[in-house]
Design a protein. Structure first.
Length: 98
């Protein structure tokens, strides 16, 4: 068995992919903390077709108010086929907008 052929086959797209199609649906959770009782509420914002990875980028910015943030979009189907993360784009979140 050629390990390279087995390992790399998960990275080849078997279906046509729209370059901008990943913008339509995401798995993103909105977490709200009520200051009075510290109750945490979680809700899905954008569907379940794609997953996102929020990397930790700069420890000096932890706890500061940020206007926006970025996340990597993970191609879940490719990840499940080969066992490694395959990223399909970058998503920008605006935190100050409703």
């Amino acid at each position: 068995m050629n390990k390279f052929n087995w390992f790399s086959r998960g990275f080849n797209s078997r279906e046509p992919v729209d370059a901008n199609g990943w913008l339509s649906v995401y798995l993103c959770l909105r977490v709200e903390i009520e200051c009075g009782n510290w109750e945490i509420q979680e809700s899905t914002l954008m569907g379940t077709e794609f997953s996102m990875d929020f990397p930790f980028m700069n420890a000096n910015l932890t706890g500061l108010h940020n206007k926006c943030g970025y996340a990597q979009v993970i191609k879940s189907k490719s990840c499940s086929e080969c066992g490694l993360a395959k990223y399909g784009g970058l998503m920008k979140f605006y935190f100050d907008e409703p």
